[in-house]
Design a protein around this ligand. Structure first.
Ligand code: NAD
Length: 337
């Protein structure tokens, strides 16, 4: 059993811990938090040993009635591997501790690619993380684009990608984020930084992206155009995408008109936290004109990177090959739309 510590038990960290917990070959050694509160209460209620990020904070956890198993240093020393899901830039600072204690680590998308030996997407480059000590799971947007581009590239070849990323302003638990009533070119400079991030997965890909931020917390929405190297049959493209394990082709018959309905669909299906781990591509949006492919896809930013973290752990420790790992993760998590 791979013993996994989670440092940074927030939006991503708590979901990764829950995903690790249900896998047959790994277990949660403990989770580290900076401060007490309902998220820490929840962690202890489901049995995760709770570690404090610094000794100074132990008293505040204890004052809140929470047992503290130790400090982050102890968690790192006891774990086979750490999933670092701290806010962007903190992971890089934590790298020194992981190195000192010779504990491998998985970092998240807001860290610079240089924090790790490789950036990671299970569908696109699983093998590059084999035997690596430090791996970075790319951002929610890059994960969503990589899952779509990998099968298109393999089947048809890709000449160029252009994507507009309509991004949620913040997560539901982030009252300080925005905009409240605006639509922002974000960043206003073109192309945006997202294309270069996708090239950490597909190094030679020609891709230009533009970003927009809107007053929503639900999901991101991508408008994607791919110039393919060949001219595919539209039904073949549909079949190709429908067969992908982490792509949900939203059928017209479901009458799901937008991201709100998608999230309601997930809640009705009993998904934990209403999470959608899959890319959601509207079937009616899949279009082919000559060698041009188009679609709209929705990406649940809080959830899509979660199965990728599990697969990154298996790749680093050579526990399974890519297809086996994806299948195991998805079966245990319940990725089934
Ligand atoms: P978050 O703010 O929800 O959670 C971060 C957690 O880390 C919090 O519990 C916070 O208290 C804790 N923390 C803060 N400083 C710490 C420290 N020094 N040591 C340990 N823990 C500390 O953040 P998040 O949204 O989960 O993002 C974490 C990472 O995941 C970032 O790299 C982010 O870019 C990436 N990510 C986030 C999303 C998303 O939509 N939220 C999607 C994909 C990837």
């Amino acid at each position: 059993m791979l013993s996994v510590g989670v440092n940074g038990y927030g939006t991503i960290g708590k979901r990764v811990a829950d995903a690790v917990r249900v896998q047959p070959d790994m277990t949660v050694r403990g989770v580290a938090k900076t401060s007490p509160g309902h998220v820490a209460d929840h962690a202890t209620s489901i049995g995760y040993p709770l570690y404090a990020v610094s000794e100074d904070e132990i008293a505040s956890f204890e004052a809140a009635g929470l047992d503290v198993a130790g400090t982050i240093r102890e968690l790192v020393a006891k774990s086979d591997v750490i999933v670092d899901a701290t806010p962007g830039g903190i992971g890089e600072q934590n790298h020194t501790l992981y190195e000192q204690l010779e504990t491998p680590a998985v970092f998240q998308g807001a860290e610079t690619p240089a924090v790790a030996e490789t950036s990671f997407n299970a569908r696109a480059n699983y093998d590059e993380a084999r035997d690596a000590s430090y791996v970075r799971v790319v951002s929610c947007n890059t994960t969503g684009l990589s899952r779509l581009l990998a099968p298109l590239k393999e089947a048809y070849g890709i000449d160029a990608v252009r994507a507009t990323l309509i991004r949620r302003g913040g997560d539901p638990d982030q009252p300080s984020r925005g905009p409240i009533n605006d639509i922002l070119p974000d960043p206003v400079t073109v192309p945006s930084h997202h294309g270069p991030d996708v090239r950490t997965i597909f190094p030679s890909l020609s891709i230009d992206t533009m970003g927009v931020t809107v007053p929503a917390t639900l999901m991101h929405l991508h408008g994607v155009n791919v110039t393919l190297e060949s001219t595919p049959d539209i039904e073949a493209v549909r079949d190709l995408l429908a067969k992908e394990p982490r792509i949900f082709v939203v059928p017209e018959s479901a009458r799901i008109e937008g991201c709100g309905a998608l999230r309601e669909f997930a809640r009705d299906a009993g998904r934990p936290r209403g999470d959608i781990w899959e890319n959601c591509i509207w079937d009616e949006s899949i279009s082919v004109s000559g060698s041009e492919f188009y679609c709209f896809q929705a990406i649940h930013q809080e959830a899509d990177v979660v199965p990728e973290n599990v697969d990154a752990l298996r790749a680093m420790f050579n526990l399974k090959d890519a297809a086996e790992s994806i299948a195991t993760t998805d079966e245990r998590l319940g990725v089934s739309f």
